[in-house]
Design a protein around this ligand. Sequence first.
Ligand SMILES: Nc1ncnc2c1ncn2[C@@H]1O[C@H](COP(=O)(O)OP(=O)(O)OP(=O)(O)O)[C@@H](O)[C@H]1O
Length: 511
Amino acid sequence: MVGFALLALLASVTQPDPTAARVLISAAAGPGLVVAVWECRWPRGYQRWLAGPSRRFGWRRWARRTWPVLARECGLSVQRNVRRRTWALARRTGRVQVSSTGTASEWVPPRLMNVLTSGDTLTLRVRARMGQTVEDLENAAPALAAAASAVSYRVRQWSPSVLDIALVMRESLAATADAQLPEPLGPDLTVDTVTLGRRQDGTAWALQVRGRHTLVVGCSGSGKGSMLWGVCGGLAPAVRADLVRLWGVDLKRGVEVMMGRHLFTTVAVTPADALATLTRLLRVIEDRGRAMAGVSRLHQPSPGDPLHVLVIDELAALTAYTDADTKREASRLLAEILTQGRALGVVVLACVQDPRKEVVGMRGLFTQTIALRLRSAEETRMVLGDGTAALAPAHRLSPAAPGSAWVVEEDGTLDRVRADYWSDGLVRAAAATFAALVVEDALVEDFAAEEHVDDQPDAGVTPDRDVASMGPRRTPRSGRQSRSSRTPRAGRPREAASSASGSSGSGPEAA
Ligand SMILES: Nc1ncnc2c1ncn2[C@@H]1O[C@H](COP(=O)(O)OP(=O)(O)OP(=O)(O)O)[C@@H](O)[C@H]1O
């Protein structure tokens, strides 16, 4: 656009004939004007069809052109002597340097096999030269990223000698994205993954839930709530179909979990209730184990025979900051759930601020970890694994971008992501729209049972099918009770009722 404007100015200044100048100005300014209007009126289309492709073209051209210099300056090239016979040929390509003593040498970079772009990412596919390893290429990635002014980078081994170095050229995670109320489940019921936010290349980030135990680690204010509600809110339609049951443990007086109380089958806010919840889930595991032995090796959730998700807001409150007996018992029960529950359809999502072994002794039993902002490189190593502090510096995530995290992908690569933001209002709306069909009253003393089953269609599910396997203390409510058979609570708002009547009496409103 600036180019078009300059051209128009130049035309008006240099052209003596006013008519010709006017024609030139229109010819030069016209496209600029069109582009300007396009950018202002339809920014998405402009980015998609013009700005994005031209930016990516520029990145590819830059990479191809500068590769010999880039590789040399980043320590990837080697200098070799050139035999006299090949001088002439090599000199033509400009690679040969002749010294004053008459010997000639050239810099040999690793081969740049391909240059790919997608979204905001420029990927260099590089084959290690003879005598070089992919680790050598990997070690040069930070220098390559700095030379390209990349925001961050990630590496992925393509073959034993080929490495993809993906440079993220623009920061696409700076702006907060608000989560949306999920759509009700369609006929293709699935609970395998939930979309939590965006990756650094701008694509959607989905977390595998079924068959995984997830540990979310981040210091205070890093955005653990977004991860927790991203999973619980994302699963909400499945909760409504009784394809998933959420079991909450929030020993920080229930302040977090009580916000969406109606999504949960039960919420434990005292150590005693937490132990009872863990024991109950262990019983589910035992019963399912017996039922599945010799029949299936991986539980397949279905309405009434759901995936159970144990959601723990501050794990340390259960495993470290409580009395010795509770700590010991909670750690034992949790370790059993973590080792036996995955295949039997009982998974854990736990959030914690401090990842040290003395706080989370069973850290190694979680099958995936999410590292929000951490306090030190040492913590990054604890959460994501050895050698990750440089590749995935979670301790350098900006406090100004809560919800940002580093995750380890299926193939072992590391990626930066940012969760969408769940406001209190959205959590309440999700809880009101997709309230759980089966609620466990036994653990929570005076939960206002009737409120959340209002207006619930049966949705064709059979919530009590799994109840028999849950032991005698279970007191399910299927939501089939007709409105007329219950005592009405005139004018009492649903959220206020639920939080005011939680076992601790410390719902969000009370807090
Ligand atoms: N994904 C997000 N996008 C933008 N802002 C966010 C996001 N997640 C959280 N925030 C902001 O950061 C603040 C802190 O988030 P949150 O309460 O989830 O942190 P936390 O890690 O749970 O802290 P604590 O451990 O102290 O409870 C929130 O009040 C919110 O304003």
